[in-house]
Write a protein that binds this ligand. Sequence first.
Ligand SMILES: Cc1cc2nc3c(=O)[nH]c(=O)nc-3n(C[C@H](O)[C@H](O)[C@H](O)COP(=O)(O)O)c2cc1C
Length: 335
Amino acid sequence: MFYNKIKTLVPQNLKAFIRNPLLNTKLKRAYRYDYQKYLKFGRNRFESSPVKLIGQIILLYHVIEKGLTMPETRLGFGKQRIIRLCDLCLKYRDKYGLDDDQVTHAIQVILEYNDFHKRNNFKLDKSVIECIDHILDFANQIEPSQQIEVTREDYFKHTFDSFQLFSNSRSSIRNFTQQNIPIEELEQALELARNTPSACNRQSWRTYIFSDHERIKRILDAQGGNNGFGHLTNKLIVITGEMGLFGGIAERYQVYIDGGMYAMNLLYALHYNQIAACILNCSHTPEKDELLRNICGIKDSENFIAMIACGIPPERFKIAISRRYERSDTNNIID
Ligand SMILES: Cc1cc2nc3c(=O)[nH]c(=O)nc-3n(C[C@H](O)[C@H](O)[C@H](O)COP(=O)(O)O)c2cc1C
């Protein structure tokens, strides 16, 4: 009672003056808490665990999958990566056995990489052959994977079907024709994506749509995760989140959560409008973040969430498998 009375007598700016240093201290403590957890549990230290090893294996096999599905696959691509991938699969097998679907899939991708080069009469480097031979020694029961190949018609055939068919038919597409996407079609997708839920309806997402090829090239060169297909992008959507809508300790990551939800919803909205898309990473080092801010011209108060390369796919194209875990591997039903 007495405290409340005193509180009403203290001027607003004095309250802010007292609260701010307190907020600074609490925020630093919260970020230190996050930092310690990320340092300890993230894949940052030398010691390995099954999960950390699998994280590396997935990263590597996915790069190989992407290489196999590029508009023009470069023969002999990913030499260092395939060697590392073979090494990690062997390491995993020696330490933990071969009971993980993602590791099995990695081996299947290695075998597909091998078959692909054989089919194209390309002699792989000796060091690569040696590593693959180590895998072949024990993987004789495992079949090579086969990246997906579809027609444009098939890819979009479920866009007006049930959510189950629709959702299962969306994939990241990394192959576009020169056909222009009319801005009105993108606007329809943006209109639909407005229905994204957000924390207390604050709708922190913002987008920047780029059409100019020179500008797109500069942005994508800096982004760096679009080799072999980025140059085909017709429209680039940069998604950011406005930090000014959030405050305090508890909301320090809200901008990313709401932005991530928006990004997924926009991917579905693009698919619904038969626009092929590949979402691209924007989790960068501070140096790259600054560089991208300068090129994209986003507001200082906004954070990058992701970017989406958009285009119209060709008549026939390939899609990376991106194998999913079984439901029971990632979901915990608590009685
Ligand atoms: C936040 C985020 C960042 C991504 N960054 C890239 C990227 O930089 N380059 C790329 O080719 N794919 C990128 N992807 C696409 C993933 O590789 C893809 O979503 C994943 O393999 C699942 O495949 P799907 O989208 O076909 O279902 C990213 C996906 C997400 C969600």
